[in-house]
Write a protein that binds this ligand. Structure first.
Ligand SMILES: *[C@@H]1O[C@H](CO)[C@@H](O)[C@H](O)[C@H]1NC(C)=O
Ligand SMILES: *[C@@H]1O[C@H](CO)[C@@H](O)[C@H](O)[C@H]1NC(C)=O
Ligand SMILES: *[C@@H]1O[C@H](CO)[C@@H](O)[C@H](O)[C@H]1NC(C)=O
Ligand SMILES: *[C@@H]1O[C@H](CO)[C@@H](O)[C@H](O)[C@H]1NC(C)=O
Ligand SMILES: *[C@@H]1O[C@H](CO)[C@@H](O)[C@H](O)[C@H]1NC(C)=O
Ligand SMILES: *[C@@H]1O[C@H](CO)[C@@H](O)[C@H](O)[C@H]1NC(C)=O
Ligand SMILES: *[C@@H]1O[C@H](CO)[C@@H](O)[C@H](O)[C@H]1NC(C)=O
Ligand SMILES: *[C@@H]1O[C@H](CO)[C@@H](O)[C@H](O)[C@H]1NC(C)=O
Ligand SMILES: *[C@@H]1O[C@H](CO)[C@@H](O)[C@H](O)[C@H]1NC(C)=O
Ligand SMILES: *[C@@H]1O[C@H](CO)[C@@H](O)[C@H](O)[C@H]1NC(C)=O
Length: 578
């Protein structure tokens, strides 16, 4: 009885509020990214980039696709997800280069995008991308609503990596088990992180404005939807804080989820959920509660990266934004400014754990060893958002310039002269690690079969170069070439801001034809997928790739693999579990 009803409700909601344009926006041939635009605001090159970044998410969709799908080479897939638990858990997004669906990084991605679309939302409007933003968010949120199957039940992963499957969307292996947290086997981080996503998006759909320092929300206001999202946020926050199983990291309840996305703690998610909820409900007590979590979990001691696991660096910014927007909450904006600036100064003036590579990429040993662009772009995104709040003009300038340099690096101002976004320019990566796009079905021949990737995964931000700024455009090299939901998130917010604010093209329009080909490194990389370039112990290529496909996404897994192989000695920052 429950299942069909839920299905009906959700099918209804899939209808996007904002009508999609006709004809649809479609990415242009990469060669268009080599033609400088006439400039102006909105700059057409930044608008196209924003469109492509959103289009990537459409390529990652799971479930029954709408007849008006833009990514013609994608098919309906994984249509029996949830059957093992008698629920409809179809839909949502494939997490990265393979076919699992993961709630923890998805909810981070959605939180990040909604927060960005609240501050710089008019950039989506100007670029005519708001309908696609709405569509992308609803595809995510409507699946998270299904995954939140009861007040105290949240599905945190669908399918596992037990089959090292490399192939198209028609041969995805079964079974695809559904993994849940619940009242007796809770996951404080996953529940609170999802609550934060629902609350952040509720604020966006409610058209709540922080302050005039920002452009304000994208125009997709819908009070009904905002109320639905808020209800889920509140229930999940109650689940996170009051489950009878107590407080714990979610992989303690669902060990399978710890293989790719183990969480290092839940204090940051609790604080973030309480903060977004305080703003959504005009509750000073939730704001005070968030400040309590900040103290209780010693979050001020953290000075590492911002990502799907670690939300801490975003908190002082959000504390300050909300303190400014709601003086009645009793938050001291200037105290939070001080905290935020201590962290940002560590990045910008080089006293934190991150440093710049020779070519200028912000790099954290350990966290940047795979998907190096992710820490850098997340820092750029937070810095850019913080600029209007910075205490002095010189900090405003320095933060802005630092963030801009990271963005420029990602878009081609780097020693490889490669923009690290697929299909943006002829120098972009040609071989993203994506089972969907590759067209291959033999993992042992991942790099050569087929010789050319079958489909262009437009708009995908790839992992990025190594710490020597070398980028190997090798399909099997997932630390450098994989695409993932969370990799695109900071770039979306940054692109929306540049649409609003930047008359100058993204860096790549100035790159020469064949620039990457003339710079690309010889030989093989030295990382968690390939050791050929290290001269160290070697697994067979097939063995490594199978491991990569099974486990290889982001974060902790990589540390443990590397430690296990003893190839490199790494200082992981995420090893302490509460
Ligand atoms: C608002 O969203 C709800 C829920 O998705 C939807 O049913 C409704 O049609 C939307 N309202 C408008 C005016 O588009
Ligand atoms: C893009 O344009 C180039 C140059 O005109 C052409 O060689 C190439 O085949 C085009 N690619 C696609 C995918 O259409
Ligand atoms: C979708 O189906 C078509 C037709 O069978 C196939 O050519 C295409 O490769 C499939 N797409 C993916 C991503 O597997
Ligand atoms: C609660 O979650 C645990 C861990 O996923 C699972 O083993 C258990 O079966 C779940 N309980 C119910 C009633 O579904
Ligand atoms: C679920 O939570 C709502 C409050 O959001 C509450 O009204 C309802 O009673 C709860 N349902 C159950 C079964 O506990
Ligand atoms: C948790 O339970 C306590 C005690 O019943 C209650 O006062 C509190 O409001 C609950 N917290 C949430 C977030 O629902
Ligand atoms: C928020 O709460 C304060 C104090 O409780 C009240 O003065 C203010 O009007 C409320 N704001 C909104 C938007 O409801
Ligand atoms: C905020 O904190 C600062 C110290 O960081 C203090 O000087 C100031 O008086 C406080 N402001 C308010 C309104 O409490
Ligand atoms: C897959 O590639 C390996 C390595 O080249 C080859 O030995 C094997 O025959 C291929 N398998 C199939 C089914 O083509
Ligand atoms: C863009 O924003 C930055 C930071 O607020 C500001 O310094 C710059 O002048 C703005 N540029 C334009 C063209 O509005």
């Amino acid at each position: 009885m429950w299942t069909p009803l839920l299905f009906l409700l959700v099918s209804w909601q899939v209808v996007a509020q904002v009508p999609l344009p006709e004809p649809p926006f479609l990415p242009q041939n990469a060669s268009a990214g080599a033609s400088p635009s006439s400039g102006g605001i909105p700059n057409p090159q930044w608008s196209s980039l924003l469109g492509n970044l959103l289009y990537f998410y459409e390529a990652q969709r799971s479930g029954k696709l709408p007849s008006a799908k833009r990514v013609k080479w994608r098919n309906d897939s994984a249509l029996t997800d949830g059957q093992d638990v008698k629920l409809d858990l179809t839909g949502g997004y494939y997490d990265a280069g393979d076919y699992i669906k993961c709630t923890f990084p998805l909810s981070f991605t959605v939180m990040s995008i909604c927060w960005g679309a609240t501050d710089f939302g008019k950039g989506y409007d100007l670029a005519n991308q708001t309908p696609y933003l709405d569509d992308m968010l609803r595809w995510s949120l409507n699946w998270l609503i299904k995954a939140h199957a009861a007040n105290n039940t949240l599905f945190v992963q669908i399918a596992n990596g037990d089959n090292a499957y490399w192939g198209g969307d028609q041969g995805i292996p079964s079974p695809r088990p559904s993994y849940q947290i619940n009242d007796t086997s809770p996951g404080t981080d996953a529940a609170a992180g999802t609550a934060a996503a629902f609350a952040a998006c509720s604020n966006l759909y409610a058209n709540r404005i922080f302050s005039n320092s920002y452009s304000g929300p994208a125009t997709l206001q819908n009070a009904t939807y905002a109320a639905t999202l808020l209800e889920h946020a509140q229930q999940l926050f109650t689940f996170a804080t009051n489950a009878s199983g107590g407080l714990r990291v979610y992989q303690n309840s669902v060990p399978e989820a710890g293989k790719a996305y183990a969480s290092s703690g839940y204090g940051d998610e609790l604080a973030m959920a309480a903060l977004f909820l305080s703003w959504a409900t005009n509750s000073s007590s939730l704001y005070q509660q968030a400040q309590g979590y900040w103290q209780q979990y010693g979050l001020s001691n953290y000075n590492g990266v911002f990502n799907w696991d670690e939300k801490t660096p975003g908190l002082p910014v959000l504390f300050a934004q909300i303190a400014q927007a709601n003086p009645s909450f009793g938050g001291n904006a200037s105290t939070w400014q001080t905290v935020a600036e201590k962290y940002f100064d560590g990045i910008v003036y080089g006293s934190g754990p991150g440093y710049q590579t020779h070519g200028g990429l912000l790099y954290y040993d350990g966290d940047s060893n795979d998907a190096s662009l992710n820490p850098a772009l997340n820092a750029a995104m937070l810095l850019t958002r913080y600029v209007p709040l910075a205490s002095t003009q010189s900090k405003k300038n320095d933060y802005w310039n630092y963030a801009k340099a990271q963005v420029n690096y990602a878009l081609g101002n780097n020693p490889m002269q490669a923009p690290y976004i697929v299909g943006a320019n002829p120098n972009s990566p040609q071989n993203p690690h994506s089972a969907l796009a590759s067209g291959g079905n033999n993992i042992s021949n991942i790099n050569t079969s087929p010789a050319q990737e079958a489909y262009i995964l437009y708009g995908a931000v790839v992992g990025g170069p190594d710490k020597y700024d070398r980028f190997f455009d090798i399909r099997g090299d997932w630390p450098e070439t994989e695409a993932a939901l969370d990799y695109n998130a900071p770039m979306l917010t940054l692109a929306a801001m540049h649409v609003l604010n930047d008359t100058v093209d993204p860096f790549y329009t100035s790159l020469k034809a064949g620039a990457y080909d003339s710079k690309k490194p010889q030989g093989m990389p030295c990382d968690a997928a390939y050791t050929e370039g290290c001269g160290g112990p070697q697994l067979s290529e097939g063995g490594q790739i199978a491991l990569g496909a099974i486990l290889g996404l982001t974060g902790l897994t990589i540390f443990s693999l590397l430690a296990w192989w003893g190839m490199l000695s790494l200082k992981g920052q995420h090893e302490l579990l509460y």
